[in-house]
Design a binder for this molecule. Sequence first.
Ligand SMILES: Cc1ncc(COP(=O)(O)O)c(C=O)c1O
Length: 373
Amino acid sequence: MFTPFALEEWQSRYEQEVEFNLADSGVHPVRLKELVDDPDKLERLLATPLHYPPVGGSDGLRRRIADLYPAAGAENVLVTVGASEANTLAIHALIEPGDHAVVLEPGYRQAWGTLRNLGARVDAFHLREENDWRPDMAELAKTIRPDTRLCCINNPNNPVGTIFDAAELQQVVEACRRVGAWLLVDEVYRGTERVRQDETETAWGSYERVLCTGSLSKAYGLPGLRVGWLVAPKELVETAWRHHEYFAISTGVLAMQIAELALAEPTRQRLIDRTRGYIRQGWQHLSEWADANRELVSVHPPDATALAFVRYRLDLPSEVVADRLRTEAGVLVGPGSTFGVEQHLRITHGFEPEYLDVALSRISDTLRGMQRA
Ligand SMILES: Cc1ncc(COP(=O)(O)O)c(C=O)c1O
């Protein structure tokens, strides 16, 4: 039976019609003119022949992406339509019906749903709220088995913002190594750190069976470009590429060109700093709002991302609460159920304060009304 992608379905149904969209997972997006900021760049862009681009990504872009990973070369990189396609390709390249896989929960349920739709048997290990959303390593040790083919984690995590520390990441790698499982690490939020300046350590290079995915959608503020990537051992890039030819052929030629501009220094660092600025300011506003509305909500401070996974004090399913916020407050948030966790809403805060503050006060007014009723 087909498992729909509940979070993406929720967003695509409603995001174009709400007044305030706090359900997206990035920050206020970059405008094209912030990247194409001189006449030469503009002229090169306007002169681009709109032919099919190199299917696996232009050489220049693959090299720039490889530079973000220790000891990776262009041959380890496949450019895709966002990290979404990269995750899909990685799973399709590795999984056959009946294979066993382990996923981290709560999480962006793309790997979970794709695995189920391919007929894999899927078990989970968890980030525990009672332990400040740290990973339950004892549970991983029990869940991973000699026949586990693939383990999927997302680091930093959507929706709770946890960054695995070096010891935790090492434990995941060792658990995979013991049984020979592949490890897929969705690192799309690398660069969105709130509590530190250095970027989240990549899992690339920690084990010969590691695949990493990333994109320009979160840390770089460019989700509309639809540029992402898979970083993997060369043979696996080749296999994923065969699937890419079925799924998408390639991403867009203009998108690849703009992606090269975004990843060239000093632009790359400027974009990361911009994103972190939104995240740090947005978190300040959101946490002050949560403190001022203690009787309604609580939230654990995330290490990274523009996301807050907010617990609400109402005895109602998250989809009902999110639907009331949508229809009565005009604010779209992500229901916890779409991440496999009830009593929570995922609220994105990486926006201009004027926009965020109005949306948050509408949320608390509506929740208060629901609590009274
Ligand atoms: C963990 C995670 N992976 C992948 C994606 C998809 O990203 P992209 O826009 O690069 O396809 C998202 C988007 O929300 C995400 O949260």
